[in-house]
Design a protein around this ligand. Structure first.
Ligand code: ADP
Length: 475
């Protein structure tokens, strides 16, 4: 763990093991921190806040530029570590490291653009000045599915704003977190400004993060159930809260779309990170006139997606994070098939040969999915593409919106009016129109409803770490 600028063991002396999800092999052991370690880290961040929050924006920008340079220089080693620890194909790990580094550079630039306002008053002898200041110590909890970019997406804007921070990494991916903190250490971050705790049991850490009076804000990325609980406790203590949670993205193919292009997009998008992404499409609504063309192209594409160890050439889908993840996917697919869905490709676990010791599920295409099946309502987080055939164009936006989640949605159409109507009508924070990658450091990422509160990336992302202060000046 990294506390007060030093690498430390857990106070208890305990540690836990990290496994390669493709082979089940133990690759490292890391400190198993507890509540006292979390409190020490919060105290360190609190002590460092005065100095960091009053440093110049240019100095904070320089630190982030140095971190960006270091991450870029060691991107190949980081990508390899990510594939080893998290399982995604090496090509996908490289893309994530690039995305992660983009946040460092973007917020290096943004640090110097935090400004104030001079406002008019109704009184001739009064002036108003509005100042933007860092909120204080930020507690961060991050997931395992994007083990580097989910850190920089929170750390970079917080640091740019002048906040200090304590981060608890996901128990499945502490090594990637350690590598990110090594970069911040080498970039010259003053002691206590960034602190890392690792723990096998996240609960005591979450308890400190949501109750310690020195924590001003909690930012969480993970499941809706945990995020709802932690946000509730933190808000009860009047801490600021940002939570980026689950999704259940619709993917709508309109009658005026090119079904082949849509299917190619769907196949490329669905199997990213083995479907373990909150913006992964989970309901593919295909108009009946395109069903044949869409499904034929999907069968072709999905059949070619190779599962395997992320280090092997040509592998498109790595392992799932653990056995529970495989069991959840299997349960959803079995339930759908039991209720009439047709597994056109895959539809089963992979457990023989090279798959014996890892956590694999076959890339799967399910046709004939409908309401009443678990997969229609629940987030899958696995490599399964569910196709729902619809007939009524006037109803499809309502069908797509019929979920408590509201993170990402995708539409395919060649008609400008259809695109604008869908963009306006879908209740989701991110809409891809003929676009399966509507994300970038410069663009706001976040959802509505059960998908969370707040935005990350873009100028909105730094606002989450700033307080507004008003000064009234009588002349
Ligand atoms: P996922 O499905 O992505 O594993 P989780 O919400 O379980 O989603 O995990 C996301 C992050 O939240 C991880 O860092 C995990 O350790 C942490 N976490 C899970 N439960 C708690 C809790 N009760 N308190 C604090 N953090 C938690």
């Amino acid at each position: 763990m990294f506390i007060s600028g030093e690498w430390r063991d857990a106070r208890s002396g305990g540690s836990f093991e990290v496994e390669d999800p493709a082979t089940g092999e133990v690759i490292a052991s890391v400190p198993d921190g507890g509540a006292d370690d979390a409190r020490a880290a919060v105290a360190a961040a609190h002590d460092a806040f005065k100095g960091w929050s009053t440093s110049t924006a240019a100095a904070r920008a320089d630190l982030l530029y140095r971190a960006w340079q270091l991450m870029t220089d060691r991107s190949e080693a980081l990508a390899e570590l990510m594939t080893r620890e998290q399982g995604k194909p090496l090509k996908a790990s490289r893309a994530e490291v690039k995305y992660a580094a983009d946040f460092l550079r973007f917020y290096a630039e943004e640090a110097t653009r935090v400004t104030g306002e001079w406002l008019p008053s109704a009184r001739p002898d009064q002036r108003f000045l509005v100042l933007r200041q860092p909120v204080g110590v930020v507690a961060m909890i991050t997931p395992w599915n994007y083990p580097v970019s989910m850190l920089t997406r929170k750390m970079a804007p917080a640091l740019a704003a002048g906040c200090t921070l304590v981060l608890k990494a996901a128990e499945a991916t502490p090594l990637c977190a350690r590598a990110v903190f090594e970069i911040f250490e080498e970039a010259g971050t003053p002691p206590g400004v960034v602190n890392l705790v690792t723990a096998l049991d996240p609960k005591p850490i979450g308890e400190v993060f949501t109750t310690d009076p020195h924590v001003a804000k909690l930012t969480f990325t993970g499941s809706t159930a945990v995020g709802r609980h932690l946000a509730g406790v933190a808000a009860g203590n009047l801490k600021r809260v940002s939570v980026e949670l689950g999704g259940h993205a619709p993917f709508v193919v309109f009658p005026d779309a090119d079904p082949v292009r849509a299917a190619k997009g769907a196949a490329a998008l669905k199997f990213l990170n083995a479907g373990q992404a909150c913006i992964s499409p989970n309901r593919m609504y295909v108009h009946e006139q395109h069903e044949d063309a869409f499904v034929t192209t999907m069968v072709e594409r999905v059949s070619k997606v190779r599962a395997g160890n992320g280090f092997d050439d040509g592998v498109g889908v790595g392992p799932l994070v653990d056995e529970a993840a495989v069991a959840k996917v299997a349960d959803q697919v079995d339930d759908a098939v039991g209720r009439g869905a047709d597994p056109l490709v895959g539809g089963h676990r992979l457990g023989d040969g090279e798959f014996t010791r890892g956590h694999f599920y076959a890339p799967t295409l399910l046709a004939g999915v409908g309401d009443g099946m678990k997969i229609y309502r629940e987030e899958t987080f696995g490599p399964v593409a569910p196709v729902i055939t619809y007939g009524d164009v006037d109803e499809v936006i309502d069908l797509a919106n019929d979920t408590n989640y509201g993170l990402a949605a995708y539409v395919y159409t060649r008609d400008f009016s259809t695109a604008i109507r869908a963009f306006e009508g879908l209740r989701f924070g991110i809409i891809g129109v003929n676009d399966v990658n509507p994300t970038a450091a410069s663009a706001p990422f976040g959802g509505m409803g059960d998908s969370g509160i707040g935005r990350e990336g873009s100028h909105d992302g730094i606002e989450e770490y700033l307080e507004t202060k008003l000064g009234g000046f009588a002349l």
